[in-house]
Design a protein around this ligand. Structure first.
Ligand code: OAD
Length: 243
């Protein structure tokens, strides 16, 4: 075990209120591409920039193109949790980890068994009719040909994923819970996020302890805040950790 991972293990052993804050890099080892790496979603070529397509105004203006992109590039119904998701769930079961705060929308933390998960950007697993509020699962959206429509008698509203699009605000209750958890944490592990998207990235400021660990392949604007930086793959790092 290298020195950094040994230190991470020691800090985990000595903590009882750990919070994990993560992003797309947590799921790349589950074969879901991240956004900003060279092979990430934002570096691929489309007719419009991805940030434009996954914005609220584009969704309203051009739902056909939105759903074409969304289904093609943002849905991974067959993805499975990797070692990072699984170890975080184990740490929660052991009573050490109190919450996962994630920017991901893939539901893999829950699939791995985590219970307290604050999904800042929503989830592809929840979908609601914009008119009558009827709820639909991921399969409904995946299997619907074109723009998914509500099947309630006489409704036919568009079924919108419960995912925070650009120009939309985050859920207030989720923000509140995430911030409280981070503020109360004795150890904060941040992983797989470029820490460039606000308000989520700003949540780091609520941590008041001195065990801030950053596990990320690339540098981030908040590296200077970390007490320990690990540049390895997050799934591999967590596989080395014993609960
Ligand atoms: P990014 O794509 O911006 O950053 C992912 C980070 O994870 C990068 O810094 C990579 O170096 C790192 N990374 C990738 N694979 C890794 C691995 N196996 N182990 C360790 N590190 C790894 O993703 P986010 O920070 O999550 O928002 O992006 C934030 C938000 O931007 C997303 O939630 C999304 C996007 O626009 C919305 O859709 C609202």
């Amino acid at each position: 075990m290298n020195e950094n991972i040994q230190k991470l293990q020691e800090w985990i052993d000595g903590s009882e209120n750990i919070v994990f804050f993560g992003g797309a890099g947590v799921s790349t080892e589950s074969k879901i591409p991240d956004f900003r790496s060279t092979d990430g979603l934002y570096n691929q070529k489309y007719k419009y920039p991805p940030e434009t397509i996954i914005s609220h105004s584009f969704y309203k203006r051009n739902p056909e193109e939105f759903f074409r992109f969304y289904k093609d590039k943002m849905l991974y119904p067959d993805a499975e949790p990797n070692a990072a998701h699984l170890k975080l769930a184990e740490l929660e079961k052991a009573g050490k980890l109190k919450a996962v705060v994630t920017q991901n929308i893939d539901g893999l933390h829950q699939k791995a068994g985590s219970e307290t998960v604050y999904e800042l950007h929503g989830s592809v697993l929840r979908n609601y009719c914009e008119i009558c509020g009827a709820s639909y699962d991921l399969d409904y959206v995946v299997n619907y040909d074109g723009v998914p429509k509500c099947n309630q008698p006489g409704c036919h509203g568009t079924v919108k994923p419960d995912v925070v699009l650009y120009e939309e605000g985050l859920n207030g209750m989720t923000i509140d819970a995430a911030v409280r958890a981070i503020a109360a944490a004795d150890m904060l592990i941040i992983g797989g996020t470029s820490l460039t998207v606000y308000p989520a990235a700003g949540f780091v400021d609520y941590y008041r302890g001195n065990k801030l660990v950053l596990i990320n392949r690339d540098e981030t604007p908040m590296d200077y805040r970390a007490n320990l930086i690990i540049r390895d793959k997050i799934g591999e790092v967590f596989s080395a950790i014993k609960v």
